[in-house]
Design a protein around this ligand. Sequence first.
Ligand code: AMP
Length: 415
Amino acid sequence: MNILVLNCGSSSVKFQLIQTDMDRIEHNSDRTLAGGIIERVGSQSLITFQSTGQQKVRQALPLRDHRSALDYLLRWVISPESKIKDINSLADIHAVGHRVVHGGEKFTMSVRVDDAVIEQIEDSIDLAPLHNPANLKGIMAARELLGPGVPQVAVFDTAFHSTMPEESYLYAIPYQFYRRHRIRRYGFHGTSHRYVAYRYRTLLGIDREKVNVITLHLGNGCSACAIRGGESMDTSMGLTPLEGLVMGTRGGDIDPSIIDFIHHKEGMTLSEIDTVLNKQSGLLGISGLTNDMRELLDEEREKQDRRAKLAITIFCTRVKKYIGAYLAEMGGADAVIFTGGIGENSAVIRDRICEGLAWMGLALDKEKNAALVSGKEGEISAQGSKLRAFVIPTNEELLIARDTLRTITNAPRRW
Ligand code: AMP
């Protein structure tokens, strides 16, 4: 089955076209036929498409909205120029899987999209005002352009965390805020945490129920997840993705009183402060230079930049804190798993996070750690390390494609 995976942001449309079926899932032999991104939707858009084995195609073109972007994308996919194997017309696209950021409390697993589901995603808009409307635009555009006969599935970033117990998801604020407005921790990056936990159990050949790990998704957005018995029992992002680890431009955990303090001292409005915390904090805020970890590591190494070093140190210390907290909460774990752009590619950051954790049984093998970069998967802890460490590249698109297939064929959708 050929599945179009769509990830629509406020001004972008990312896609992958993935060929999968139950046999391919079993043998981990799903095929990515093509992928790409349209950025700056709504103005002069930047288009980067690539079909597997072919050169990248780059173009700039005005695309008015998500519908025009998807229309352009579909025309390219079926055109002879794209040279995508097995795709000659829209009829060769058998289903669409959408990444949907917020499923609220309603969606605990992936679902086939119908009018009721669309309404419920609309209901969650105030929980994710930037993301859910864009995801909905993608769903509506796909429905219009491919027709109601092509099944669409919504895969939620929050769903994997729906197994969290009350003591993890409730904030210690008056309970009526939860009752009235569903203010609670939802967690995000669920598809990524779920995927790497699935890969871990496949690598080790163990059952899902035996998976006791801490997964660390370290990219431009960062989150940690405590997975016990194969289920998410706690995660660092909260009502929104702002809480928890230090990220590219998000500050993560802060004393909430800082907001009122900044309001009085700087005369900023609540929404301006929200922008500061989401877009001008984190690695960028501390370094004053960039949100890009690679550039910070270069600045630190080449120019001994004090604030670049400080940003990296605060980033690593926060991750360390969460590892310690989750180990205590879980009653111990078997492994720590690194993923995301930083987690998958930076041996230096992994080394700095694990530094000093030998007392809790985590010993890195420096050579293995240095070797696992650029999409490589494997163990990086030393032989005999009590708490093991792994690098497992994430693949949210693949999991969305597989979930789409499983949802429309009524196969089990857990992992
Ligand atoms: P993501 O959001 O998962 O694409 O991750 C983006 C982040 O990964 C950026 O901060 C990049 O600088 C970082 N990154 C990618 N490659 C490397 C690398 N080799 N070393 C350090 N950071 C990296």
